[in-house]
Write a protein that binds this ligand. Structure first.
Ligand SMILES: Cc1ncc(COP(=O)(O)O)c(C=O)c1O
Length: 479
């Protein structure tokens, strides 16, 4: 009968699973299992094997069986035994058979751009490592044992309480912990709302979206068979008066993505009226609401009517997209369905990270970090505006009152050549065209040439050079 063993011996360093199989006796089975482990690389050269006694105890075999097996493998050259250093896997001079195949070349490492001005990420070099570690340490130290079991799909109550207070204070969101469901970010929230089969879906039918938006989100919705219908934008934001038969609309009211302006107060009221009249729901993507510079804070639309808005946020812009932590603030009628979509236990957002974020918020670290980053991004924004005023005064820069990116309006017909020239110079950035909904009619919303410049991504020391390089590739002004 096969026997499995998971080694927890103190000196082997790594767990090792052995199968003692076959009918040739325990000694032969152990020799075969150890040979296989060395041959396959599971036991690396010079790894120390466990002492006879602990291996024998773990496997339920006699100590001598282990001693004999080791001796045999030493004689065969698989293992070495030296006084004082125990039995180890031999250093191989000859490659083992399976490794003798032509060595696989490591894929060439994609060289990143010299200057990364893509929108979408915060300054990764500014992640508050020390403060996060302090929160993580406190969270793990203070956590009751049940934290280390399966998690509640709603998310840890500590985090939901911290968010209730924070979102009310910073974003004007009106809610309570029972209406918040923790998720792994905005993309996950979309999957929870629109995933599953027809009748099990939290939201069904078509979804109205802004004519410009993140292609990744459109693709994600298309993959879930959700039809998206574009509504045009003007200087006041989304034309919510154009909402037709749809029952749900996705908006970025604090800072239209990517074109930049806030949704006008009149439109905010109008979209709530629409939702009330039609029994519709507004999905509010509050992706960078914390980062506002010159203008008065724009609170969440959710605050106008918590029963008509699903407010979604994440730490992807404020801390890091690597954390995969976000939240959905739900009207009461959706809570049960979203929890059902999430499943019986937390399978997405690490419970320990949730507790760390709760501590990070309640200890004041989150506010401090956001304030520090706001100053940093504002100064970068100012440097971008100043550089353009000096070197490319004909280029209009828009969407600069908030967020981590700006849109540079270019003369007609120059977007593609500018993006190409930038790529040629090692500058990564996006043209505006890629954000446009493919079904957005030109008559409704004339396309405009432009580039989206993310000013948060480069590290502090690299930013000046990135700006210089950018100004070099912008189309010349009229002479
Ligand atoms: C428009 C928009 N919404 C939401 C997000 C956040 O996405 P997630 O929380 O899935 O990282 C981003 C990217 O950071 C974004 O650009």
């Amino acid at each position: 009968m096969a026997k499995s063993w998971v080694n927890s011996a103190e000196r082997i360093g790594a767990d090792l699973h052995l199968e003692l199989a076959g009918s040739g006796g325990r000694r032969a089975a152990l020799i075969a299992a150890l040979r296989e482990a060395v041959r396959s690389g599971r036991l690396a050269p010079s790894t120390r094997l466990p002492p006879y006694r602990s291996l024998a105890a773990d496997l339920g075999v006699a100590r001598n069986t282990v001693a004999d097996a080791y001796a045999e493998l030493v004689a065969e050259g698989w293992l070495t035994a030296r006084q004082g250093s125990g039995t180890r896997v031999a250093e191989r001079t000859e490659p083992l058979r399976h490794a003798a195949r032509a060595p696989r070349k490591a894929p060439p490492r994609a060289r990143g751009p010299r200057h990364d001005l893509r929108q979408g990420t915060p300054d990764a070099s500014a992640f508050p490592r020390a403060a996060w570690l302090a929160s993580y340490r406190r969270a793990v130290q203070q956590a009751p044992s049940e934290v280390f079991g399966p998690g509640d799909p709603a998310g840890r109550v500590e985090l939901r309480e911290a968010l209730t207070e924070y979102l009310a204070r910073a974003r004007g969101v009106r809610t309570e912990p029972d209406r918040i469901v923790i998720c792994s970010g905005f993309a996950h929230a979309l999957r929870l709302l629109f995933g599953g089969k027809d009748r099990d879906r939290v939201l069904g039918g078509t979804l109205a979206v802004e004519a410009y938006g993140l292609p990744f989100h459109r693709e994600l919705l298309a993959a879930a068979d959700v039809r998206t219908v574009p509504i045009p934008l003007d200087e006041d934001g989304a034309r919510v008066d154009r909402l037709a038969r749809e029952r749900a609309v996705l908006l970025t009211p604090a800072h239209q993505f990517p074109t930049g302006g806030p949704l006008h107060a009149g439109r905010r009221a109008a979209v709530i009226d629409w939702a009330r009249a039609r029994g519709g729901v507004i999905l509010e993507d509050d992706y960078d609401g914390e980062f506002r510079y010159d203008r008065r804070p724009v609170g969440a639309v959710q605050g106008l009517d918590p029963e008509r808005v699903i407010h979604i946020g994440s730490v992807s812009k404020s801390l890091s997209p690597a954390l995969r932590l976000g939240w959905m603030v739900l009207p009461e009628r959706y809570v049960g369905d979203v929890l059902a979509a999430k499943g019986e236990r937390e399978a997405w957002a690490s419970v320990l990270d949730q507790l760390s974020l709760a501590d990070f918020i309640t200890s004041g670290s989150y506010d401090r970090h956001v304030r520090r980053m706001r100053q940093r991004y504002r100064s970068r924004r100012d440097r971008l505006v100043a550089a353009l005023a000096e070197h490319a005064p004909h280029v209009e820069v828009t969407g600069i009152a908030a967020g981590l990116h700006a849109v540079l309006r270019l003369p007609p017909g120059t977007e593609r050549s500018t993006v190409r020239a930038a790529a040629w110079q090692g500058i990564a950035l996006d043209g505006l065209a890629g954000f446009r909904h493919p079904e957005s009619p030109e008559t409704d919303m004339p396309a405009r040439d432009g580039i989206v410049v993310g000013y948060a991504t480069p590290s502090e020391h690299a930013y000046g050079a990135a700006l210089d390089a950018l100004c070099e590739v912008l189309p010349p002004g009229p002479v």
